[in-house]
Design a protein around this ligand. Structure first.
Ligand SMILES: Nc1ncnc2c1ncn2[C@@H]1O[C@H](COP(=O)(O)OP(=O)(O)OP(=O)(O)O)[C@@H](O)[C@H]1O
Length: 290
């Protein structure tokens, strides 16, 4: 059997800011080539910390205390800054959360889409431009010639998000980290963007870590899912299995809380307080602690 593209094992982290409070507790997960795995949990569950660790951009104040992140059998946690620069943007790329701020407002789209192709793939300006046009077509942008000449402020939020998706796939990375890429968009655009990401990753055979707080999004796009609470993996498995046969009461409550992936009109039932108490007991979070 070949080893997975990504294997996170026993990853623990603490917050230096918060008196050493745990942020990640012994997290393990794997990602096969071409697989889409959802990383799901409420605010503070640790999703972004994992995503940032994968991108080599852990913030000051977050300290990894144990574990490894093997990407193609190399531990990202032990690589030098230079080695990480060689991987990031090239083998691993990001679809960011907020299309408003992720593009440089002072540069035309062409420059922003072709930089990586020229600098990291050694393409000529002409070849990079042709590749950028093709990428814009792949993300269904009409009149790509005009869009290449445009500045970000001339484009809608949905268009900008499509451009960021094109940029994430531009260098044919092996893994894309999508950090809540549809949160800032309205529901109809959200659906189109999810379909687009799924289409591109299938066409290119790219693996995706998809960060979201929404099990409905997981149902639409993810092959597998890892559910976190307070930095701990509560449940994981094939999406279809987890959604049809959730094992943990927390997963069951989240599915009941909706909005239901299969019944978008169903009402909201909050996760009962007793479930959070059980989670905290299981994880060993002290009364009033984190
Ligand atoms: N720079 C930092 N320094 C110290 N602690 C941090 C830092 N950034 C985040 N944390 C802590 O790490 C924990 C997990 O945060 P994280 O952002 O990974 O959660 P999340 O699941 O992504 O939540 P959200 O959906 O709100 O982004 C939180 O308790 C947070 O306070």
């Amino acid at each position: 059997m070949t080893s997975p593209l990504l294997s996170i094992a026993g990853l623990s982290a603490v917050s230096d800011r918060d008196g050493g409070a745990p942020i990640l507790r012994d997290v393990s997960l794997t990602l096969e080539r071409g697989e889409v795995r959802g990383l799901v949990g409420e605010s503070g569950a640790g999703k972004s910390t994992i995503a940032k660790a994968l991108l080599g951009i852990l913030p000051r104040g977050v300290r990894i205390t144990s574990g490894s992140i093997l990407f193609e059998s190399r531990d990202l946690l032990t690589l030098s800054a230079k080695e990480l620069r060689g991987i990031m943007g090239s083998d691993i790329s990001l679809i960011p959360q907020d299309p408003q701020t992720a593009l440089n407002p002072g540069r035309r789209i062409e420059a922003q889409l072709t930089d990586g192709l020229r600098l990291k793939r050694g393409m000529s300006s002409g070849d990079a431009r042709r590749r950028a046009l093709k990428l814009l077509e792949e993300v269904h942008i009409r009149d790509p010639e005009r869009v290449l000449r445009a500045y970000p402020h001339e484009l809608s939020g949905g268009m900008r998000q499509r451009i960021l998706i094109a940029a994430a796939f531009a260098l044919e990375p092996k893994m894309v980290v999508a950090d809540e890429p549809t949160t800032a968009l309205d529901v109809t655009v959200q659906k189109q963007i999810l379909r687009l990401i799924r289409g591109l990753q299938e066409a290119h055979g790219t693996a995706v870590i998809f960060v979201t707080h929404d099990l409905g999004v997981v149902a639409q796009i993810c092959d597998s899912v890892t559910l976190l609470y307070a930095g701990k993996v509560i449940e994981e498995g094939r999406t279809s299995d987890v959604l049809a046969h959730p094992q943990h009461i927390y997963t069951k409550s989240l599915l009941a809380a909706g909005p239901r992936y299969d019944r978008p009109d169903a009402g909201l039932t909050p996760v009962p307080q007793a479930v959070f108490e059980q989670l905290r007991r299981e994880i060993g979070i002290p009364e009033g602690g984190r």
